[in-house]
Design a protein around this ligand. Structure first.
Ligand SMILES: Cc1cc2nc3c(=O)[nH]c(=O)nc-3n(C[C@H](O)[C@H](O)[C@H](O)COP(=O)(O)O)c2cc1C
Length: 192
């Protein structure tokens, strides 16, 4: 089967891409605006480059057409903390994808515990092994309602436990990935 993408509807495109470009990592993004802490997962997420250290997260709009809170907060405050999801927080991560009004915090509603690690950045989620404290760099225009946001990494939290060799920065830890609508929580790791 060969399909042209242009005539395909939105859902079919999503189904094809989300089940074939796999596994996708999940950015569990914390933003903060007017004292409200916003938490939401995004799997259109990737490391763009380590020099300069940059991450990309594509964020869309709510059902009513207004920007998702993560998009609005990023553009208004210029900051985001991007956490990598450990398996034991999968359910909380999933809950935090619920669309809430901007003045309601997913952290409060779903009892997601937070930890203030960097004074100038949104808090990280307590219990994650890795969190990137980021500054918004620029948005990319791709001509749709989804806006790819590029973030520059200011600092990172790394749980001491994830190092297999701290001197050589060798890390081994588990992170939840996205495969279609499902999740990958165990990877078979092979050496080459
Ligand atoms: C695993 C997972 C991945 C998601 N990936 C994206 C994504 O890449 N882009 C997006 O706009 N929404 C994505 N969503 C939906 C958002 O999490 C959802 O719209 C959320 O309500 C946005 O919250 P906010 O308005 O607080 O930013 C994803 C949801 C889940 C559960």
């Amino acid at each position: 089967m060969k399909l042209d993408f242009e005539p395909l509807d939105k859902l079919t495109r999503y189904k094809i891409m989300s089940q074939t470009v796999i596994p996708r990592p999940i950015a569990w993004v914390v933003t903060e605006n007017n004292g409200i802490v916003n938490v939401a997962p995004f799997s259109y997420f990737m490391a763009l480059s380590s020099e300069p250290p940059t991450l990309l997260v594509s964020v869309g709009h709510k059902k009513d057409g207004t920007p998702k809170d993560t998009l609005r907060n990023t553009l208004e405050t210029g900051k985001a903390t991007i956490c990598i999801v450990p398996p034991h927080l999968l359910d909380k991560m999933y809950s935090s994808s619920e669309e809430l009004p901007s003045d309601e915090s997913e952290a409060e509603k779903f009892s997601i515990e937070l930890a203030r690690e960097e004074a100038q950045y949104p808090p990280m989620i307590k219990g994650v092994d890795v969190a990137y404290f980021c500054d918004f760099f620029q948005k990319v225009e791709i001509g749709g309602k989804t806006i790819p946001l590029i973030y520059k990494i200011h600092s990172v939290f790394l749980n001491d436990k994830i190092f297999t060799d701290k001197n050589r920065f060798h890390i081994d830890f588990e992170a939840v990935g996205r495969i279609g609508k499902k999740f990958a929580i165990e990877y078979k790791v092979v050496e080459k």
